[in-house]
Design a binder for this molecule. Structure first.
Ligand code: XIL
Length: 362
């Protein structure tokens, strides 16, 4: 290798150094007579790593459980509404908007110095019944459907203009085999619905970062290739797309997606911002110390992978406590997917994240 290229290669190889929290100094002000500074919590970690660390929020719980709320606001500097910004939540009846829960997330974020990910504008799930039945029985035709989607995106993005850092504009656009998912959007509007959605969102808030978001893109090759191809097509058409979100719903019964950092890099190489948007690491119950150790390893590797790619700037978990997680309700016999247990006590995964140290060059 020629020296210049070698130097470049060395400069770009950014190692992640993981040390015990107590064994290392962290940033300016360290090394006082009290010894090296400990990382206090995830917000402290986020500052030191120069990344945002977020969580999904369940608004009903935010209102009902003060310990949940206090912990959320202590640990996280980025929020995603778990359900409150989905279509069925914001427009359960046609033309009747219910913004209370979505507003609550944005208000909480403003009061606590947190940024917000808007989730999600175009998806095939959690659509209101008036919309799906209208399309099914033919009372809503293609032209009207396109107008409805345009109004929905414009209304919602405008409402939170300047308050939502990033939007998941289109969620889960591909099937596992890399073919476009056959949703009401694709079958009635054609593949152009994706470009339209990004353009409408951009018009409504030109400063918000606009993302594609999907699951299994951490490792599923057909999905990775299809998503990359789509993004290149969108860019060739000058569609305003800014980011790729990796949901990151992992399980320890499967191998850790060991190529994830490289995959992130391929998206980053297209000029995109990267975010881990919905990380959780579930396990087949019962919980054992060994499983918790494996889970900690997965959480730690996910954060290290994100840190190793300069464009990866947000690391969001899909709920932070096993007291409130979607996993038991959706995956039979599985659970314990979060960083804290039901009593908000730290699991090994939480401690593991706190030991992660900054990557040089970040
Ligand atoms: C899930 C929520 O966590 C559940 O409360 C809800 O019942 C179903 O949706 N991918 C996504 C999220 O993009 O919106 C999903 O959230 C989890 C999978």
């Amino acid at each position: 290798m020629r020296p210049l290229i070698l130097a470049l290669a060395l400069a770009l190889a950014v190692p992640v150094i993981a040390l015990p929290a107590s064994a290392t100094a962290t940033g300016p002000g360290h090394g006082s007579e009290h010894g090296p500074q400990r990382v206090q919590d995830l917000r402290d970690l986020a500052r030191k790593l120069r990344i945002n660390i977020g969580s999904a929020v369940d608004v009903a719980v935010l209102r009902a459980e003060p310990d949940y709320k206090a912990r959320l606001n202590r640990e996280f500097d980025h929020l995603t509404a778990e359900n409150a910004m989905k279509w069925e939540s914001v427009e359960p009846e046609r033309g009747v908007y219910t913004w209370q829960d979505a507003d609550e997330v944005v208000r909480n974020a403003r009061r606590n110095g947190q940024q917000v990910r808007g989730h999600t504008l175009v998806w095939h799930n959690q659509l209101p019944a008036w919309l799906t039945t209208g399309v099914e029985n033919g009372t809503i035709g293609a032209t009207e459907l396109r107008q409805i989607l345009r109004d929905h995106i414009t209304t919602q993005v405008r409402r939170y203009k300047g308050q939502v850092r990033a939007w998941d504009v289109v969620n889960e656009a591909f099937d596992e085999d890399g073919t476009p998912r056959q949703t009401i959007w694709l079958t009635h509007l054609g593949p152009g619905y994706i470009a339209d959605a990004f353009r409408w969102a951009h018009r409504a808030d030109p400063h918000a970062k606009l993302y594609l978001n999907d699951y299994n893109v951490e490792w599923n090759v057909p999905k990775i290739e299809a998503t990359l191809t789509l993004i290149k097509q969108l860019q060739a058409q000058r569609v305003p797309i800014d980011g790729m979100g990796f949901q990151g719903h992992l399980g320890i019964q499967y191998d850790y997606p060991g190529d994830w950092a490289n995959v992130m890099r391929r998206f980053a190489d297209l000029g995109l911002e990267i975010a881990v948007t919905e990380l959780d690491v579930r396990m087949v119950l019962p919980v054992t110390p060994e499983k918790l150790a494996t889970q900690a390893d997965y959480y730690g590797r996910a954060l290290s992978d994100c840190l190793s790619v300069r464009a990866c700037r947000e690391f969001t978990v899909w709920g932070f406590t096993d007291r409130h997680s979607w996993v038991p309700g959706w995956f039979d016999g599985e659970g314990s997917a979060c960083l804290l247990d039901e009593n908000l006590a730290a699991k090994p995964a939480y401690d593991k994240l706190l030991t992660t140290r900054r990557v040089s060059g970040r």
